[in-house]
Design a protein around this ligand. Sequence first.
Ligand code: NAP
Length: 378
Amino acid sequence: MLSLSSLQPSTTSRSSLPSNSLPNPYRRFSLSPPPHRLPLNPLTSSTSHRRLRIHSLDAAQPFDYESQISDRIAKSTKLKIGIIGFGNFGQFLAKTIVRQGHTVLAHSRSDYSDIASKLGVSFFSDADDLCEEHPEVILVCTSIISTENVLRSLPLQRLKRSTLFVDVLSVKEFPRSLFMQILPVDFDILCTHPMFGPESGKDGWTGLPFVYDRVRVGDEESRVSRCDRFLEIFAKEGCRMVEMLCAEHDRHAAGSQFITHTMGRILEKLRLDATPINTKGYETLLNLVENTASDSFDLYYGLFMYNKNAMEQLERLDLAFESLKKELFGHLHEVLRKQLFGKAEGLDFSGERPVLSKLPHNGAALPPPSETLKSETN
Ligand code: NAP
């Protein structure tokens, strides 16, 4: 197996860049930007140069020459993208990628040929066949926990020597080191996390965060441009493009996304129902359950297992709950004191007793509140 140190990026890694070289938003929309280390001025970008060049040809060329060139440039911005893992999220992304005119191929463990043909995607049951189509980009959309096996079983030797590998896993340090370990050094690596899914992104992606880290992108113009053209797919949809190191992503995501999913799954176990008097806050909770419960348990488990910051967040959540109970029971103590000393003053508190239900075994949901009350009164 190749050692990690032998696979250090031969080209620019974002982590080595000075902070003032972080991307200029304009560059994400350019057709063929210069190497990403140079901050660009929109007025002097390669795009505007191109436009100038096209206009200067007008005088000597037939009328539709400019539109022919524009067509050619438009076609050259289209990518051939092979999606590996064509489940819930792979299909969700494919819809938009196809709509933007890119060619999409897909391979998955299950047979999705019918769904694929409806979406305008070519489905390959055999990964060898997909790789022999030489996609410029391989987009890994497998579950976090299956990614290593899937990646190790891909016939990488059938791909073009320079292929851009992109992942969309909801954790980032794990796929980054996996890609660095397994992929040949000629392959480019872009780690991304679209921070939305089929539920939260069903009405469009405008304003939704898209996190990315150019882990290893070769210096050649064609490789930089290929990576930018891929990012452009999300920028064009209005995503908020956030360039961030994988480690930083995982720190933030454990404190936000993992907590969100955990709370959603805890609430799901309570089997919350809509009531005739829902408050706005309660509606938010019902939405949270709906948003998180539709994701697979594999996804949630991956957030926990493959983000080293998740365990600490789970412990903090436990502590927070304990401390809240302590606070409540501290007040309860006051009630009990009144009960004890109140009797002496002729007051009766005997009906006021807290109801504590027994916790169910094997991670099952709590019984509905009515059943709890029934068993308490029997
Ligand atoms: P998921 O349960 O995390 O992954 C399902 C995908 O993994 C399917 O394509 C499935 O293939 C494949 N898979 C699972 N086990 C496999 C195995 N043993 N061997 C080969 N393939 C296997 O659900 P998902 O929502 O589609 O997410 C896919 C990826 O996108 C995940 O890494 C997730 O973190 C990321 N992501 C998801 C969302 C979201 O909102 N859902 C948002 C951002 C990022 P088959 O269907 O062919 O079995």
